[in-house]
Design a protein around this ligand. Structure first.
Ligand code: NDP
Length: 337
């Protein structure tokens, strides 16, 4: 079966490093790239053998079945709404937007247009995380009571732009990584975050008031408690994800990345067992599920609604970092009501 005809919205780093290959590996055909800069768009198209480049989103939308939106976070809303109005499916980068009302408008517009909206929370595709989710569902750690994520490292030099300095574009580690981690908790634990309390740090890399590291405590509907540390500033950090239950603990190491990898062990009364992992490119797996969802076969790995909730967590974390208090995370029905 022929794959979708895709348009890339934004001549971006994530496209260059992962998503162009991911779309093609999943059977999609990239027919056009949109960029606000004609020369940069044309050079990008030539570099990746994309047949056309345009500075008109409207023209691109006539030529494609689906768009991959990866511009800065403040531009996602307008571009998603244009795609929905043209009846095109949307795979959008996280965070879906910088304001909850923008993300809610994106979800509503895609629902009304009857098009698929997915959020590119790639970490759901990691074999480590899928194995942890399966182990918990199978009851292998008993009742989960606590979860911890350590996620970060050194932000590569070529990404030292808007992410560190441009508040309006959606800068900061909370928009960049807390959205992923809160989504991952929801995916693995099948639980909903209720409250967060965050301490943000500026370690000298980002321009204040932008944070370049943050630590967040999360309480979930079930009573489970979680802890998340994200940073752009700690080059030798080892990424980890741990879930502790009444009868066992799951420990994943080197697992919070873009490249497939990492290990998971299950610790229990009988000792420690490694879990066999079926590794696969995270981005290609996400696009494959998106293409299937467009054909009416299942759901995207992370929906627009999932992206709405991960943004709600990030915004609550930002509020908490300022207020110094614990902040409620709005539920999906509260956001969409
Ligand atoms: P980039 O900075 O590479 O691209 C963002 C925008 O900046 C582009 O749309 C482009 O504008 C403009 N731009 C790109 N390169 C240049 C340049 N050399 N000079 C001037 N402007 C330029 O962003 P990323 O690829 O790092 O991130 C894009 C989105 O993807 C964000 O929403 C981010 O949060 C998300 N992301 C998601 C990841 C994931 O694993 N899910 C990982 C990394 C990022 P134009 O549209 O005009 O071409």
């Amino acid at each position: 079966m022929a794959g979708l005809r895709w348009g890339l919205v934004g001549a971006t780093t994530i496209g260059r490093e992962w998503m162009i290959a991911g779309i093609r590996a999943a059977g999609g055909e990239i027919v056009s790239v949109y960029s606000s800069d004609a020369a940069r768009g044309a050079a990008y198209a030539a570099e990746f053998s994309i047949p056309s480049a345009t500075t008109s989103l409207e023209i691109m939308l006539r030529e494609v079945d689906a768009v991959y939106i990866a511009t800065t976070n403040d531009r996602h809303r307008e571009q998603c709404l244009a795609a929905a109005a043209a009846g095109r499916h949307v795979l959008c980068e996280k965070p879906l937007a910088t304001r909850l009302e923008d993300a809610a408008a994106m979800v509503s517009a895609c629902r009304e247009a009857g098009v698929v909206l997915a959020t590119n929370h790639h970490l759901r595709n990691a074999a480590t995380h899928r194995a942890m989710r399966d182990a918990i569902k199978a009851g292998r750690i008993g009742r989960p009571l606590a979860a911890r994520v350590v996620h970060g490292g050194a932000l590569p030099r070529h990404l030292h732009g808007w992410r560190l300095h441009d508040v309006a574009a959606g800068a900061g580690v909370i928009f960049d990584l807390t959205v992923h981690d809160s989504d991952l908790f929801r995916f693995i634990l099948e639980d909903e975050p209720a409250q967060v309390m965050t301490i943000a740090q500026n370690g000298g890399l980002a321009s204040p008031p932008v944070e370049d590291a943050a630590m967040t405590l999360v309480t979930f509907k079930s009573g489970l408690i979680g802890q998340v540390y994200e940073s752009f500033t700690t080059p030798f950090l080892r990424t980890r994800l741990e879930i502790d239950g009444t009868r066992g603990s799951l420990v994943a190491t080197d697992c919070m990345a873009q490249r497939p990898g990492g290990t998971v062990v299950l610790r229990h009364s009988g000792g420690e067992d490694g879990i066999a992992l079926d590794q696969e490119d995270y981005y290609a797996r996400g696009v494959r599920a998106f293409e299937a969802a467009v054909r009416g076969e299942g759901r995207p790995v992370a929906t627009g609604e999932d992206g709405l909730i991960s943004l709600a967590v990030a915004l609550a974390a930002q509020r908490s970092a300022v207020s110094g208090r614990s902040e409620n995370v709005q539920t999906l029905s509260e956001i969409l009501s």
